[in-house]
Design a binder for this molecule. Structure first.
Ligand SMILES: Cc1ncc(COP(=O)(O)O)c(C=O)c1O
Length: 450
């Protein structure tokens, strides 16, 4: 009998009582494990590791892009003002993502800063934001001298819980930044409905979600603006790089102007002097050329990741105490910048998550513990105590912010999450078997770790 045919309770009973051979035949064959000997002694305790082979490396380099990149460098046309490649990338990326316009930027951080500025986030405003994210998502809000207000996560989806948005809105709230973390699409109907009811702008942080889909549409094109990152670890990588997607021509013109030192763009009025504020957040030609070459593989890579993730979902769900992410309402395709699950220590004989991660690493399976409690980051108090913030926000508001900065769903997630790197999902089904087998081996030997 396959383990997948057992209920969770039966699986616990069978595996812990060791009666499998006698009662049901060996139950772990669906995991590619043919004898209980393979589940003996953990590598952490001096046993043989499940896997000694290496994992797929990231990023991949496309040698066919080399002549074009060399020609561009030899031509001296390195910046977007004297070359065509940044504009070519923007056109291709907008088409790929199903958005009317794309603006390439120097990074995901500068994409977010541009989006916040153009959508009117200003000093003294409040911006709602997902707490389970990379530091840049809320750092850019502080950079606008606005107050990031964290909305609790749903620990099952790893994403913003739209039901908790309303309670966090004040008369100063102007925008909401949902994050499609790990390439898992957030519940955008929930976010957009709450935003619409209160006149808030929606800026999607899709920095980890290239080609992820919500109700069949690509994320990053579902709010007012969507921001992406092409930093080295990303599925579409160019060392550094970013992009903004949008469907509103005037807003995108203003994004272009802001990222280019305020130079008016498109339909913007050409006035005397320099009437528009702006930064230099431009992408370089070399970044764009790398992206154009990397774009050729992203759809195929994402298909492989998806197929392996669905295979892993099925296997890991069979192991007590391992709870893979659940897709949010309306999400139709995830892209897995990480493959996340929650580790329930109580079902693993109360061993700590750190011990579990060490044991899994020792079996030859790299993994880590995801994001920490970012809403408690040191930089937050630094900002709240700054001269500028004290001028912009009354003491009573900052006190209430501290009092209400309680995120039980997110705390649970931060305590339980475990993640695999995206490049591991580019391996074969037998690589996925190694992951599941190693976790099962730890489960079987959990008492040896206590
Ligand atoms: C969720 C998220 N937001 C924002 C960023 C910032 O992007 P960048 O590193 O390109 O500035 C990243 C990058 O890792 C990210 O993962």
């Amino acid at each position: 009998m396959r383990l997948s045919k057992l209920t969770r309770r039966q699986a616990i009973t069978v595996s812990s009582a060791g009666l499998a051979g006698a009662m049901l035949g060996f139950p772990f064959r669906s995991f590619g494990i043919n004898s209980r000997r393979q589940l003996k002694k953990l590598a952490l305790n001096g046993g043989e590791k499940v896997r000694s082979a290496s994992w797929p490396q990231w990023p991949y380099w496309d040698q066919t892009a080399e002549p074009g990149i060399l020609d561009m460098f030899r031509s001296g046309r390195w910046w977007r003002g004297s070359g065509e490649y940044v504009a070519e990338f923007e056109k291709k990326y907008a088409e790929l993502m199903g958005a009317r316009r794309c603006l390439a930027t120097a990074s995901g951080t500068t994409a977010l800063m541009t989006a916040l500025h153009v959508l009117g986030v200003d000093a003294g405003d409040e911006v709602l934001v997902s707490p389970y994210t990379f530091i840049a998502t809320y750092n850019v809000i502080f950079e606008s001298k606005a107050l990031p207000v964290f909305v609790d996560s749903d620990p099952e989806t790893f994403l913003i819980d739209p039901k908790k948005i309303e309670a966090k809105i004040t008369e100063r709230t102007v925008a909401v930044v949902p994050v499609h973390i790990y390439g898992l699409p957030a519940d955008m109907d929930g976010v957009n409905n709450a935003a619409k009811a209160h006149g808030l702008k929606v800026i999607e942080d899709a920095c980890q979600a290239w080609l992820a889909e919500y109700r069949g549409k690509r994320v990053g094109s579902l709010g007012d603006l969507g921001c992406f990152s092409f930093q080295n670890s990303k599925h579409l990588a160019s060392g550094e790089g970013g992009a903004i997607l949008g469907n509103d021509e005037d807003i995108m013109d203003r994004c272009n102007a802001y990222h280019n030192c305020g130079r008016p763009y498109g339909r913007m009025k050409r006035l005397q002097g320099n009437p528009y504020n702006g930064m230099n957040f431009r992408m370089q030609q070399s970044q764009a050329l790398i992206l154009i070459s990397q774009m050729k593989r992203i759809e195929k890579d994402n298909d492989i990741r998806l197929s392996n993730a669905l295979y892993l979902d099925k296997k890991l769900k069979e192991i007590p105490g391992i709870v893979p992410y659940r897709l949010a309402e309306g999400a139709t395709r995830a892209v897995y910048h990480m493959y996340p699950f929650r580790f329930i220590s109580e079902e693993f004989g109360n061993i700590s998550r750190d011990k579990f991660i060490k044991a899994l690493n020792a079996e030859g399976i790299p993994c880590n513990s995801g994001y920490g409690r970012q809403n408690m980051d040191g930089l937050i108090e630094e900002q709240l105590n700054s001269k500028g913030f004290k001028r912009l926000f009354p003491e009573s508001r900052l006190k209430r912010w501290r009092d209400e900065n309680q995120l039980p769903g997110n705390d649970k997630l931060c305590d339980q999450a475990v993640t695999f790197y995206q490049s591991m999902l580019l391996g074969s089904k037998s690589d996925m078997d190694d992951i599941a087998n190693a976790i099962l081996k730890i489960y079987e030997n959990r008492n040896s770790l206590v």
